[in-house]
Write a protein that binds this ligand. Sequence first.
Ligand SMILES: C[S@@+](CC[C@H](N)C(=O)[O-])C[C@H]1O[C@@H](n2cnc3c(N)ncnc32)[C@H](O)[C@@H]1O
Ligand code: SF4
Length: 443
Amino acid sequence: MSDLAKRVLIAKTHGQLNHELPIMFYAPWEADKRELWSAWLADTKVPKALRKNLGLYIHVPYCTQVCSFCYLEKRLLDGTVPSFMDVLIDEIDHMAPLFNDTPFRTVYLGGGTPGALTVAQLDRLFTRLQDAFNVRSLAEFSLETDLPSLTEDKLRCYQAHGLTRLSVGLQNLDPSVLAQNNRLHQYDIEGKMALLEKYRFRDLNLDVIMGIPGSHLENLERTITGALSIKPTRISLYTFNPYDGYDFDYSDEAAVSELVENRRAQQALAKRLIHAAEDSGQLGEQDNLQLDDTMRLHSPLLGLGPSANNRMPFHGYYKNVDSVAYLEDSRRITGWKSNGPDEELEFHVYNSLIRSIPIDLRQSRALLNRLPSEIHAAVVDRLGDHLRFEDGRLVRNLQNDVQMHLALLRGLNVTRNNLHMIDFPESLEGLDEDRLLDVLIGY
Ligand SMILES: C[S@@+](CC[C@H](N)C(=O)[O-])C[C@H]1O[C@@H](n2cnc3c(N)ncnc32)[C@H](O)[C@@H]1O
Ligand code: SF4
């Protein structure tokens, strides 16, 4: 199996966000963000259709308190926020003229916790965005917040600026679990939930995390039931992955098996509850359009703020500097220059295989101006038996699926100690654990 495939799986096992995966493919490259975007916008080889899916992602790294389980690019809300706001506004002013009046399809403010900014700071940011960019006909305008940061003032501000989607981190509604993970917990949980019922958005997503210290089946069930009671459109489930640097002793076999068992049991319960809610029509489909676009449609994404991803299809994938460096120089960007659409398409194919997302090659044909047969030839060359094509649609060849994943896992030096790090693809989930260990150990 190729290095490419191994890297995808390694990234996945370390719990990185899936939309960060593409940056792993390319040779590091440092450049000026404005120059890169201006070259991309001027390149006539980039199909016009691609530009229709232009997204804007803004990363706000600040949080009122830093949760011990969190692997994201975040920092404590401190005295640097006013300078950050100035740098971010300056970045908007620096980049926006390049886009002229090009309409954006989605705007997503993620973090960190953008909802932890003050209402005045949020209002200033939204106003500047709406003046600088063409965000007049967005398909989705989304913001991430934690529950304690919600206030009536902020909710009114979100509605006044036309937000269509709120994504709210509940994680676990038991205050003692939150306290154990250094997450804010001394606040009126019921009062904040009632605010979410009062101020409705087209889409309301609630994040729940499974497997963090102190969480168990009972408090997870109460969390999901509590979440469902305020009628969200979606509940997103996360499974805790101890990241590099997290205080966890991997050589402690008892601790490892407890974590693994706890996570498995919680995943099973959560899936059952969520599926029941989906079946009864209480929950809708995935509602994060920006994520869907960037995963499926080779879509461009302008990233502002520290560590934000920038995706320029046909040119490459880039990441802004981290939140410390950003305050000094927001114009530098490090990234991965792509060798062109073939390589990018391969990524999408891999990614769809691993995450069970089908790719519609007819869409690729329209977007990339290449025949399905050409695309077919390129990807089959690399992936061979693991693919099947039906009416121009690429689907996984389920017969080979388990074999493929096992082949991938063999290359990862999996041992009893790090087995729990692997987020098994669904196709492996039914596999008898002893057989899995037999296959994995001993390489
Ligand atoms: C930016 S946060 C959500 C918004 C807000 N900061 C909050 O915490 O409520 C994105 C999500 O990543 C998930 N997450 C954080 N650390 C994680 C970890 N180590 N493993 C798995 N998921 C994690 C959490 O469930 C969190 O809701
Ligand atoms: S509030 Fe959200 S982003 Fe901040 S540390 Fe906690 S989980 Fe991470």
